[in-house]
Structures are given as structure tokens and as C-alpha cells.
Unconditional design. Structure first.
Length: 255
């Protein structure tokens, strides 16, 4: 049985809306294949490893981009300053780090991996670390503008799932924080405590069970390829996938 991560829930919704190829979903979540990291992902992995010592999911130590001179690339110099901001944020807010990379295992259907487990004011808490160039973006679904965050389900779902898993695992109330660090400059960062009400938790539990049933059903029926040329052209499976669209399909419009 495949345990449901918050990433699976989001990507399963995309598949149902024909926004991601089923074969790509299958490769990533059922066969354990990984997409090659993009430059922003590499930067984020390096930042998190340098700040916390936590390795990425693939277990490899992230290497920074280095110029011919041997110096760090400008993006990495910027994030080196953000590492200092992270450590200052932890110290000045009184977080006592317990561990990094804790895998939640107690729930029968769901799982997740926390970036940082800590104590603050005697309470257990999760700190999830993000790097983003969208700290003030209200309109982008991945933007971190504060007033719009309660409406951004794809960002907030992680806070709900990880809080549920941690409270089940440790048998106590758990607080959740996002620590968000700008990739655009060396100063901007946010510390966000997400207060989750009981209704949101109950709705999410229902969502986990629904996703579990849907995924188990899809595993039996099989996943459909999207066969969209523009998606296939940038997919990491394009060289080996028998369903990859090699030329643009005909699109019809009416005028």
C-alpha cells in the first residue's frame, strides 16, 4: 500500500484534472523515479542542507554552483546570507531544535517528512523551510503574501497534514511554522505560524482517506498518459516512455 503524502494529494488532483500525465505520476510516486532537480530546487536543497544539515530525499550532499574563479555563484552567495538569517531566526525566537528529517510513520494511510522538529515555549513544533522568489506575491498560487495565504490550499495543506501526523505520533498538541527565505535578496524572510482549526483537520482526514481509495483504485485500473506534446517535450521520461508524443498534436479552435 502506498501511503499518502501531501504531495500525492496535490498531484492526484492535477491528474484528475488532466494537468499531469498519469505515467509521470506513476513513475514519481509508485516506481520511485525522481525528476532531475531544477536550478531553483538545487539552490533550495543546498540552502536547507547548509542551514540544518538535513540531506535531500535522494541522500546526496547538495553541491553549490561555483564560478571558474572557485567562488560561489551569486545566487548561492545570497543564500549563504540567508543561512545566517535562519540560524538567527531559530536562536532569537527560542526554538530548541530536536531533529531534522523526521519521518512520520504512525498513521495507517498517510506519511510525511518534517524539515525540523523543535520545542518552543515548552510546545512541540514543526518548522518547514521554504525558499521562494514570491514572498510578496498575492496572485501566484505559490506566493507567500500573508493576507492571501489562507486561500492557498496547495501551500496550506502541508501544515494541516504534518500537524495531524505529528499529533498522532507524539500524542500532544503540535504547532506548525513556515520559515520562508527569499531567493531574490539576502534580507527578506518570513516566519509564519499556521493556526489550524479542528474543522480543517477533520476535512483533511477525510481527504486522506479519499485520496487513498482513489490511488488504490487507479493502481488497479492503470494510469492514462496525457499524450500532450508540450508536456512530453519537457518530461524526464520522454526518452523512454512509449506514450511520449513526438510531434505536436492537432488542436482545434472555433472562431
Amino acid at each position: 500500500m502506498t501511503k499518502i503524502s501531501q504531495s500525492i494529494i496535490k498531484t492526484l488532483s492535477k491528474y484528475k484534472n488532466d494537468a499531469i500525465c498519469g505515467k509521470k505520476f506513476e513513475a514519481m510516486y509508485l516506481k520511485g523515479e525522481s525528476m532531475p532537480p531544477t536550478p531553483p530546487m538545487q539552490l533550495g536543497n543546498w540552502f536547507e542542507y547548509t542551514a540544518t544539515g538535513q540531506l535531500p530525499r535522494d541522500g546526496n550532499i547538495p553541491e553549490p554552483k561555483v564560478l571558474k574563479s572557485g567562488k560561489l555563484g551569486v545566487d548561492y552567495v545570497r543564500m549563504e546570507s540567508q543561512v545566517a538569517n535562519y540560524k538567527k531566526m531559530i536562536a532569537e525566537n527560542g526554538f530548541e531544535v530536536i531533529n531534522t528529517g523526521h519521518v512520520f510513520t504512525k498513521n495507517e494511510y498517510a506519511t510525511g517528512i518534517s524539515d525540523v522538529m523543535a520545542k518552543k515555549d515548552g510546545r512541540l513544533c514543526i518548522i518547514d523551510i521554504k525558499t521562494s522568489g514570491l514572498l510578496d506575491d498575492r496572485w501566484n498560487d505559490m506566493g507567500w503574501e500573508l493576507e492571501s495565504l489562507p486561500d492557498k490550499h496547495n501551500l496550506m495543506i502541508q501544515a494541516v497534514q504534518y500537524t495531524l501526523l505529528a499529533e498522532e505520533e507524539f500524542k500532544e498538541e503540535v504547532d506548525f511554522y513556515f520559515a520562508v527565505f527569499s531567493t531574490k535578496n539576502e534580507h527578506d524572510c518570513l516566519l509564519i505560524r499556521v493556526n489550524i482549526d479542528d474543522t480543517s483537520k477533520q476535512q483533511h482526514l477525510v481527504g486522506i482517506l479519499k485520496a487513498h481509495k482513489e490511488l488504490e483504485s487507479l493502481k488497479k485500473r492503470g494510469f492514462k498518459p496525457s499524450k500532450k506534446y508540450r508536456e512530453c517535450a519537457k518530461c524526464f521520461l520522454r526518452e523512454t516512455c512509449e506514450f511520449a508524443q513526438k510531434t505536436p498534436e492537432i488542436n482545434e479552435i472555433y472562431y
